[in-house]
Design a binder for this molecule. Structure first.
Ligand code: UDP
Length: 241
């Protein structure tokens, strides 16, 4: 399948039309941003890793019964996906306290939860993706009640599958962000699953004072070894194949 006109350019990806009106091509860049675009940089090779990793995860989730937008990987940075209408919610699942949760609720990073949590942010750059609940999403017509229920169930199912998957790679899945889309009347998992959108900690380090991040926190927090972290995740993923 070939790229036609560019439809959209986001912070980390570009989207192109194809000859098939039901499909688009996503093209992954090495550009990295954090803090709502305030911090900008390049993570060399990130586009390739995020493309390939996302596709591996989507294929694995499909096999386990989660509908996704994935169609076909074209090459290192380009993938054909279903043209969905994105539900403007960032869906965040957490297993261990970190990042904005720790800040907001005054809970030290690395505090384990007895049950995973879910939260929604309204995808709106101008407002800085504010935290909202299901009632707000309904009031703002961002999704229907049924869609919100489906999204919650799918997000927790994805967590169960991914937590188990990464455990075998010696990685603790701390938290992650998902996005969903509407495709022919169905809610499907969309966007990406990568070190940009997940917190991965070296197994068993979450309850120590110093955990090892193998994700975008290395960029956000200037921890160094950013490319190494992405490469390490990808190495474990491909070794596990
Ligand atoms: N996340 C993301 N995009 C965002 C915000 C968060 O992919 O715009 C991911 C982030 O990588 C982490 C999880 O969602 O795995 C929870 O992030 P958090 O709310 O703690 O925000 P942060 O501390 O990253 O600002």
């Amino acid at each position: 399948m070939e790229k036609k006109e560019q439809l959209y350019e986001g912070k980390a990806k570009k989207v192109y039309a194809t000859e098939n009106p039901d499909y688009v091509i996503v093209s992954y860049k090495d550009d990295a941003t954090a803090f709502n675009g305030l911090k900008k940089g390049t993570i060399v090779g990130k586009g390739v890793i995020n493309n390939k990793m996302t596709n591996m995860m989507m294929k694995m989730l499909e096999k386990k019964g989660v509908p996704t937008h994935f169609v076909e990987e074209i090459d290192d940075r380009n993938t054909v996906v279903k043209k969905v209408q994105i539900v403007p919610l960032e869906v965040i699942i957490r297993n261990v306290a970190a990042g904005s949760f720790s800040k907001r609720y005054g809970v030290p990073e690395g505090t384990a939860f007895s049950a995973p949590t879910i939260e929604f942010s309204y995808k709106n750059d101008e407002l800085g993706d504010p935290l909202i609940n299901g009632y707000h999403a309904l009031a703002l017509n961002l999704a229907t009640k049924d869609e919100i229920e489906t999204i919650k169930k799918m997000a927790f199912a994805v967590n169960d599958i991914m937590k188990e998957f990464f455990k075998h790679l010696n990685i603790d899945l701390i938290d992650f962000k998902l996005e969903f889309g509407r495709y022919k009347g169905q809610i499907v998992l969309a966007d990406e699953i990568s070190p940009d959108t997940c917190r991965f900690w070296e197994a068993g380090t979450w309850d120590t004072t110093k955990h090892t991040s193998l994700d975008k926190d290395r960029f956000r927090r200037d921890l160094g070894g950013v490319e190494d972290a992405y490469n390490e995740i990808f190495k474990r993923l491909t070794e596990g194949e």
